[in-house]
Design a protein around this ligand. Structure first.
Ligand SMILES: Cc1cc2nc3c(=O)[nH]c(=O)nc-3n(C[C@H](O)[C@H](O)[C@H](O)COP(=O)(O)OP(=O)(O)OC[C@H]3O[C@@H](n4cnc5c(N)ncnc54)[C@H](O)[C@@H]3O)c2cc1C
Length: 327
Protein backbone atom coordinates (compact mmCIF):
# COMPACT_ATOMS: atom_id res chain seq x y z
CA UNK A 1 0.00 0.00 0.00
CA UNK A 2 2.78 2.38 0.88
CA UNK A 3 4.57 1.77 -2.37
CA UNK A 4 1.43 2.52 -4.31
CA UNK A 5 1.00 5.81 -2.55
CA UNK A 6 4.66 6.51 -3.26
CA UNK A 7 3.94 5.87 -6.92
CA UNK A 8 1.02 8.24 -6.94
CA UNK A 9 3.49 10.94 -6.03
CA UNK A 10 6.12 9.81 -8.53
CA UNK A 11 5.28 12.03 -11.46
CA UNK A 12 5.26 15.35 -9.60
CA UNK A 13 8.23 14.03 -7.70
CA UNK A 14 10.42 13.44 -10.71
CA UNK A 15 12.74 16.39 -10.28
CA UNK A 16 12.88 15.72 -6.56
CA UNK A 17 13.70 12.08 -7.15
CA UNK A 18 16.63 12.98 -9.35
CA UNK A 19 17.85 15.32 -6.61
CA UNK A 20 17.45 12.63 -3.96
CA UNK A 21 19.26 10.27 -6.26
CA UNK A 22 22.27 12.52 -6.63
CA UNK A 23 22.56 13.88 -3.10
CA UNK A 24 25.71 13.11 -1.19
CA UNK A 25 25.27 10.68 1.68
CA UNK A 26 26.49 13.21 4.18
CA UNK A 27 23.53 15.50 3.49
CA UNK A 28 20.40 14.55 5.30
CA UNK A 29 16.89 15.84 5.50
CA UNK A 30 17.15 18.06 2.42
CA UNK A 31 14.13 16.68 0.61
CA UNK A 32 10.91 17.70 2.32
CA UNK A 33 8.80 15.55 0.01
CA UNK A 34 10.79 12.46 0.79
CA UNK A 35 10.43 13.35 4.45
CA UNK A 36 6.70 13.73 4.02
CA UNK A 37 6.41 10.36 2.36
CA UNK A 38 7.88 8.45 5.22
CA UNK A 39 7.45 10.74 8.19
CA UNK A 40 4.80 8.58 9.80
CA UNK A 41 7.10 5.62 9.89
CA UNK A 42 10.36 7.21 10.89
CA UNK A 43 10.09 7.05 14.65
CA UNK A 44 13.16 5.76 16.47
CA UNK A 45 14.94 4.28 13.50
CA UNK A 46 18.44 4.89 14.87
CA UNK A 47 19.08 1.20 15.32
CA UNK A 48 17.13 -1.31 13.32
CA UNK A 49 17.65 -4.66 11.79
CA UNK A 50 16.18 -6.19 8.70
CA UNK A 51 14.40 -9.39 9.60
CA UNK A 52 15.50 -11.43 6.56
CA UNK A 53 13.39 -14.26 5.21
CA UNK A 54 9.91 -14.87 6.56
CA UNK A 55 10.30 -16.93 9.68
CA UNK A 56 14.09 -16.63 9.68
CA UNK A 57 15.86 -16.54 13.01
CA UNK A 58 16.56 -12.90 13.73
CA UNK A 59 20.09 -12.01 14.73
CA UNK A 60 20.94 -8.37 15.32
CA UNK A 61 23.81 -7.25 13.14
CA UNK A 62 25.41 -5.42 16.05
CA UNK A 63 25.42 -8.47 18.39
CA UNK A 64 28.88 -9.66 19.43
CA UNK A 65 29.92 -12.31 16.98
CA UNK A 66 30.46 -15.79 18.41
CA UNK A 67 32.63 -18.19 16.39
CA UNK A 68 30.52 -19.61 13.61
CA UNK A 69 30.83 -22.73 11.49
CA UNK A 70 30.18 -22.14 7.80
CA UNK A 71 28.42 -24.88 5.83
CA UNK A 72 29.72 -23.66 2.46
CA UNK A 73 33.45 -23.10 2.34
CA UNK A 74 34.07 -22.89 -1.42
CA UNK A 75 37.43 -24.01 -2.80
CA UNK A 76 37.50 -27.75 -3.41
CA UNK A 77 34.59 -28.51 -1.08
CA UNK A 78 32.35 -29.52 -3.97
CA UNK A 79 28.58 -30.10 -3.73
CA UNK A 80 27.03 -30.98 -0.40
CA UNK A 81 23.65 -32.61 -0.03
CA UNK A 82 21.02 -30.60 1.88
CA UNK A 83 17.74 -31.98 3.19
CA UNK A 84 14.56 -30.09 2.34
CA UNK A 85 12.68 -29.52 5.59
CA UNK A 86 9.88 -27.15 4.70
CA UNK A 87 8.03 -25.61 1.75
CA UNK A 88 5.98 -22.41 1.83
CA UNK A 89 3.77 -21.33 -1.06
CA UNK A 90 4.26 -17.66 -2.02
CA UNK A 91 2.10 -17.32 -5.13
CA UNK A 92 0.92 -19.21 -8.21
CA UNK A 93 4.46 -20.11 -9.35
CA UNK A 94 6.81 -19.34 -6.48
CA UNK A 95 7.64 -21.14 -3.24
CA UNK A 96 10.14 -20.77 -0.41
CA UNK A 97 12.20 -23.92 0.19
CA UNK A 98 13.96 -24.36 3.52
CA UNK A 99 17.01 -26.63 3.41
CA UNK A 100 18.75 -27.84 6.57
CA UNK A 101 22.47 -27.18 6.82
CA UNK A 102 24.53 -30.27 7.79
CA UNK A 103 24.73 -29.13 11.45
CA UNK A 104 22.16 -27.15 13.41
CA UNK A 105 24.63 -24.51 14.61
CA UNK A 106 26.11 -23.84 11.18
CA UNK A 107 25.60 -20.63 9.22
CA UNK A 108 25.60 -20.74 5.43
CA UNK A 109 29.04 -19.15 5.02
CA UNK A 110 27.69 -16.91 2.25
CA UNK A 111 29.39 -13.58 1.77
CA UNK A 112 27.70 -10.61 0.13
CA UNK A 113 27.20 -10.71 -2.72
CA UNK A 114 27.40 -14.39 -3.55
CA UNK A 115 25.18 -17.18 -4.84
CA UNK A 116 24.88 -20.94 -4.47
CA UNK A 117 24.95 -23.47 -7.28
CA UNK A 118 22.43 -26.29 -7.32
CA UNK A 119 22.89 -29.48 -9.32
CA UNK A 120 20.39 -32.08 -10.45
CA UNK A 121 20.54 -34.94 -12.96
CA UNK A 122 17.21 -36.50 -13.82
CA UNK A 123 16.92 -40.22 -14.69
CA UNK A 124 16.75 -39.44 -18.43
CA UNK A 125 19.26 -36.58 -18.45
CA UNK A 126 22.63 -37.01 -20.14
CA UNK A 127 24.20 -34.17 -18.18
CA UNK A 128 23.34 -32.61 -14.83
CA UNK A 129 21.60 -29.23 -14.75
CA UNK A 130 23.43 -26.59 -12.68
CA UNK A 131 21.77 -23.27 -11.76
CA UNK A 132 22.58 -20.39 -9.38
CA UNK A 133 20.25 -19.28 -6.55
CA UNK A 134 20.65 -16.60 -3.90
CA UNK A 135 19.29 -17.53 -0.46
CA UNK A 136 16.77 -15.10 1.03
CA UNK A 137 17.64 -16.20 4.56
CA UNK A 138 20.05 -13.97 6.44
CA UNK A 139 23.76 -14.80 6.39
CA UNK A 140 23.66 -15.06 10.21
CA UNK A 141 20.76 -17.52 10.28
CA UNK A 142 21.82 -20.80 11.88
CA UNK A 143 20.80 -24.28 10.80
CA UNK A 144 19.17 -23.64 7.44
CA UNK A 145 19.00 -21.62 4.25
CA UNK A 146 15.89 -20.57 2.37
CA UNK A 147 15.60 -20.37 -1.41
CA UNK A 148 12.81 -18.43 -3.10
CA UNK A 149 12.27 -20.29 -6.36
CA UNK A 150 9.97 -19.42 -9.22
CA UNK A 151 8.93 -22.29 -11.45
CA UNK A 152 9.49 -21.76 -15.18
CA UNK A 153 7.45 -23.96 -17.56
CA UNK A 154 9.79 -26.77 -18.61
CA UNK A 155 12.66 -25.19 -16.69
CA UNK A 156 14.60 -28.25 -15.52
CA UNK A 157 15.96 -26.99 -12.19
CA UNK A 158 13.04 -24.87 -11.03
CA UNK A 159 10.62 -27.70 -11.88
CA UNK A 160 12.79 -30.22 -10.04
CA UNK A 161 12.94 -28.06 -6.90
CA UNK A 162 9.18 -27.40 -7.06
CA UNK A 163 8.56 -31.15 -7.27
CA UNK A 164 10.67 -31.91 -4.19
CA UNK A 165 9.01 -33.05 -0.98
CA UNK A 166 10.33 -32.52 2.56
CA UNK A 167 12.92 -35.17 3.37
CA UNK A 168 14.42 -35.18 -0.13
CA UNK A 169 17.88 -33.80 -0.80
CA UNK A 170 19.44 -31.29 -3.19
CA UNK A 171 23.10 -30.96 -4.19
CA UNK A 172 24.33 -27.45 -3.39
CA UNK A 173 27.73 -25.79 -3.70
CA UNK A 174 29.07 -22.36 -2.81
CA UNK A 175 29.61 -19.62 -2.21
CA UNK A 176 29.90 -18.45 -5.79
CA UNK A 177 31.42 -14.97 -5.36
CA UNK A 178 29.67 -12.09 -7.10
CA UNK A 179 30.22 -8.40 -6.30
CA UNK A 180 32.14 -8.12 -3.01
CA UNK A 181 30.33 -5.61 -0.83
CA UNK A 182 31.90 -3.68 2.05
CA UNK A 183 30.21 -0.96 4.08
CA UNK A 184 29.93 2.41 2.31
CA UNK A 185 31.71 1.05 -0.74
CA UNK A 186 29.46 3.30 -2.81
CA UNK A 187 27.48 6.41 -1.84
CA UNK A 188 24.44 5.35 -3.83
CA UNK A 189 23.53 2.11 -5.57
CA UNK A 190 20.62 1.29 -7.88
CA UNK A 191 19.20 -2.20 -8.21
CA UNK A 192 17.43 -2.95 -11.49
CA UNK A 193 15.69 -6.30 -11.18
CA UNK A 194 13.19 -8.43 -13.04
CA UNK A 195 11.30 -11.38 -11.52
CA UNK A 196 13.52 -13.64 -9.43
CA UNK A 197 16.44 -11.37 -10.28
CA UNK A 198 15.36 -9.69 -7.05
CA UNK A 199 17.07 -12.23 -4.76
CA UNK A 200 20.68 -11.00 -5.23
CA UNK A 201 19.37 -7.45 -4.76
CA UNK A 202 17.64 -8.48 -1.55
CA UNK A 203 20.88 -10.03 -0.26
CA UNK A 204 22.76 -6.79 -0.93
CA UNK A 205 20.01 -4.68 0.62
CA UNK A 206 19.96 -6.81 3.76
CA UNK A 207 23.72 -6.43 4.19
CA UNK A 208 23.47 -2.66 3.87
CA UNK A 209 20.49 -2.05 6.15
CA UNK A 210 21.52 -4.62 8.76
CA UNK A 211 24.73 -2.69 9.26
CA UNK A 212 24.24 0.53 11.25
CA UNK A 213 27.59 1.83 9.94
CA UNK A 214 26.56 1.49 6.31
CA UNK A 215 24.97 4.70 5.03
CA UNK A 216 24.60 3.72 1.36
CA UNK A 217 21.51 5.00 -0.45
CA UNK A 218 19.60 2.39 -2.40
CA UNK A 219 17.15 2.83 -5.28
CA UNK A 220 15.26 -0.27 -6.43
CA UNK A 221 13.58 -0.55 -9.82
CA UNK A 222 11.68 -3.83 -9.93
CA UNK A 223 9.86 -5.09 -13.03
CA UNK A 224 7.28 -7.89 -13.01
CA UNK A 225 4.37 -9.18 -15.03
CA UNK A 226 1.52 -8.84 -12.53
CA UNK A 227 1.16 -7.37 -9.04
CA UNK A 228 1.09 -10.88 -7.57
CA UNK A 229 4.55 -11.51 -9.02
CA UNK A 230 6.23 -8.78 -6.97
CA UNK A 231 8.33 -10.91 -4.62
CA UNK A 232 9.50 -9.75 -1.18
CA UNK A 233 7.47 -6.55 -1.48
CA UNK A 234 6.63 -6.38 2.23
CA UNK A 235 10.36 -6.38 3.00
CA UNK A 236 10.97 -3.48 0.66
CA UNK A 237 7.90 -1.62 1.97
CA UNK A 238 9.34 -1.98 5.46
CA UNK A 239 12.64 -0.49 4.32
CA UNK A 240 10.96 2.34 2.45
CA UNK A 241 8.96 3.21 5.56
CA UNK A 242 11.92 3.02 7.90
CA UNK A 243 14.54 4.69 5.71
CA UNK A 244 12.66 7.09 3.43
CA UNK A 245 15.82 9.08 2.78
CA UNK A 246 17.96 6.11 1.96
CA UNK A 247 15.69 3.59 0.27
CA UNK A 248 13.24 4.12 -2.59
CA UNK A 249 11.45 1.46 -4.64
CA UNK A 250 9.79 1.82 -8.04
CA UNK A 251 7.61 -1.02 -9.29
CA UNK A 252 6.88 -1.61 -12.96
CA UNK A 253 4.20 -4.04 -14.15
CA UNK A 254 3.83 -5.46 -17.63
CA UNK A 255 0.17 -6.29 -16.92
CA UNK A 256 -0.92 -3.78 -14.29
CA UNK A 257 -4.33 -3.96 -12.62
CA UNK A 258 -6.84 -1.21 -13.44
CA UNK A 259 -6.12 0.77 -10.29
CA UNK A 260 -2.33 0.58 -10.62
CA UNK A 261 -0.83 3.99 -10.01
CA UNK A 262 2.69 2.95 -10.86
CA UNK A 263 4.44 2.28 -14.14
CA UNK A 264 3.21 -0.06 -16.85
CA UNK A 265 5.09 -1.99 -19.53
CA UNK A 266 8.78 -2.77 -19.24
CA UNK A 267 11.41 -0.86 -17.30
CA UNK A 268 11.93 2.10 -19.64
CA UNK A 269 14.69 4.53 -20.46
CA UNK A 270 12.49 7.41 -19.28
CA UNK A 271 11.92 5.86 -15.88
CA UNK A 272 15.59 5.00 -15.42
CA UNK A 273 16.63 8.49 -16.45
CA UNK A 274 14.32 9.90 -13.80
CA UNK A 275 15.12 7.68 -10.84
CA UNK A 276 18.76 6.59 -11.23
CA UNK A 277 21.64 8.60 -9.80
CA UNK A 278 23.17 10.64 -12.61
CA UNK A 279 26.07 9.10 -14.54
CA UNK A 280 28.38 11.90 -13.46
CA UNK A 281 27.67 11.32 -9.75
CA UNK A 282 30.64 10.27 -7.67
CA UNK A 283 30.88 6.70 -6.50
CA UNK A 284 27.67 5.09 -7.69
CA UNK A 285 27.01 1.53 -8.83
CA UNK A 286 24.11 0.08 -10.78
CA UNK A 287 23.29 -3.63 -10.40
CA UNK A 288 21.24 -5.56 -12.95
CA UNK A 289 19.66 -9.02 -12.59
CA UNK A 290 16.72 -10.62 -14.34
CA UNK A 291 15.61 -12.61 -17.37
CA UNK A 292 18.15 -12.57 -20.21
CA UNK A 293 15.90 -10.35 -22.40
CA UNK A 294 15.67 -7.72 -19.70
CA UNK A 295 19.40 -7.74 -18.94
CA UNK A 296 20.14 -7.37 -22.65
CA UNK A 297 17.80 -4.39 -23.01
CA UNK A 298 19.02 -2.61 -19.88
CA UNK A 299 22.76 -3.24 -19.89
CA UNK A 300 23.69 -5.59 -22.75
CA UNK A 301 23.95 -9.33 -22.13
CA UNK A 302 26.47 -11.06 -19.90
CA UNK A 303 29.20 -12.95 -21.71
CA UNK A 304 28.81 -16.32 -19.97
CA UNK A 305 30.49 -15.83 -16.59
CA UNK A 306 32.03 -12.50 -17.66
CA UNK A 307 30.34 -9.10 -17.47
CA UNK A 308 30.19 -8.57 -21.23
CA UNK A 309 30.26 -5.18 -22.90
CA UNK A 310 28.00 -2.47 -21.54
CA UNK A 311 25.18 -1.73 -23.99
CA UNK A 312 21.45 -1.04 -23.94
CA UNK A 313 19.65 1.68 -22.00
CA UNK A 314 22.37 2.26 -19.40
CA UNK A 315 24.96 2.89 -22.07
CA UNK A 316 22.57 5.23 -23.90
CA UNK A 317 22.06 7.14 -20.67
CA UNK A 318 25.80 7.72 -20.36
CA UNK A 319 26.91 5.21 -17.71
CA UNK A 320 30.26 3.47 -18.10
CA UNK A 321 31.29 -0.15 -17.52
CA UNK A 322 32.83 0.64 -14.14
CA UNK A 323 29.45 1.85 -12.89
CA UNK A 324 27.47 -1.27 -13.81
CA UNK A 325 27.49 -4.83 -12.45
CA UNK A 326 25.46 -7.65 -14.01
CA UNK A 327 24.70 -10.53 -11.62
C1 LIG B 1 23.03 -14.76 -9.61
C2 LIG B 1 21.70 -15.41 -9.87
C3 LIG B 1 20.86 -15.68 -8.82
C4 LIG B 1 19.61 -16.27 -9.03
N1 LIG B 1 18.79 -16.47 -7.96
C5 LIG B 1 17.58 -17.02 -8.17
C6 LIG B 1 16.68 -17.21 -7.07
O1 LIG B 1 17.00 -16.91 -5.90
N2 LIG B 1 15.46 -17.76 -7.34
C7 LIG B 1 15.08 -18.14 -8.61
O2 LIG B 1 13.95 -18.64 -8.78
N3 LIG B 1 15.91 -17.97 -9.65
C8 LIG B 1 17.14 -17.44 -9.46
N4 LIG B 1 17.99 -17.29 -10.52
C9 LIG B 1 17.61 -17.90 -11.82
C10 LIG B 1 17.94 -19.42 -11.77
O3 LIG B 1 19.34 -19.61 -11.73
C11 LIG B 1 17.42 -20.18 -12.99
O4 LIG B 1 17.82 -19.50 -14.14
C12 LIG B 1 15.90 -20.32 -12.98
O5 LIG B 1 15.47 -21.02 -11.81
C13 LIG B 1 15.44 -21.12 -14.21
O6 LIG B 1 16.13 -22.35 -14.25
P1 LIG B 1 15.51 -23.62 -14.96
O7 LIG B 1 16.56 -24.68 -15.09
O8 LIG B 1 14.26 -24.06 -14.28
O9 LIG B 1 15.04 -23.10 -16.38
P2 LIG B 1 15.88 -22.56 -17.63
O10 LIG B 1 15.66 -23.53 -18.71
O11 LIG B 1 17.30 -22.27 -17.26
O12 LIG B 1 15.17 -21.16 -17.90
C14 LIG B 1 13.75 -21.06 -17.98
C15 LIG B 1 13.35 -19.61 -18.16
O13 LIG B 1 13.92 -18.81 -17.11
C16 LIG B 1 14.38 -17.56 -17.62
N5 LIG B 1 15.46 -17.06 -16.75
C17 LIG B 1 16.74 -17.47 -16.71
N6 LIG B 1 17.44 -16.78 -15.80
C18 LIG B 1 16.59 -15.92 -15.23
C19 LIG B 1 16.72 -14.93 -14.22
N7 LIG B 1 17.88 -14.66 -13.60
N8 LIG B 1 15.62 -14.23 -13.84
C20 LIG B 1 14.44 -14.49 -14.43
N9 LIG B 1 14.27 -15.39 -15.43
C21 LIG B 1 15.32 -16.09 -15.82
C22 LIG B 1 14.83 -17.92 -19.02
O14 LIG B 1 14.71 -16.81 -19.87
C23 LIG B 1 13.84 -18.99 -19.45
O15 LIG B 1 12.73 -18.45 -20.08
C24 LIG B 1 19.23 -16.66 -10.34
C25 LIG B 1 20.08 -16.42 -11.42
C26 LIG B 1 21.30 -15.77 -11.19
C27 LIG B 1 22.19 -15.51 -12.37
Amino acid sequence: MFARSAFRTLRPLQSQVRRYASEATSKSGTNPLVYALGAGALGGAGYWYFSGAPGAEKVAAAAPSAPVKPAFTGGDQGFISLKLSDVEIVNHNTKIFRFELPEGDMVSGMNVASALLTKYKGPNDEKPTVRPYTPISDESTKGYIELLVKQYPNGPMSTHIHNMAPGQRLEVKGPLPKYAWSENKHDHIALIAGGTGITPMYQLTRAIFNNPNDKTKVTLIFGNVTEEDILLKSKFDELENTYPQRFRAFYVLDKPPKDWAGHGGFISKDLLKTVLPEPKSDNIKLFVCGPPGMVKAISGPKDKMKQGELAGILKELGYNEEQVYKF
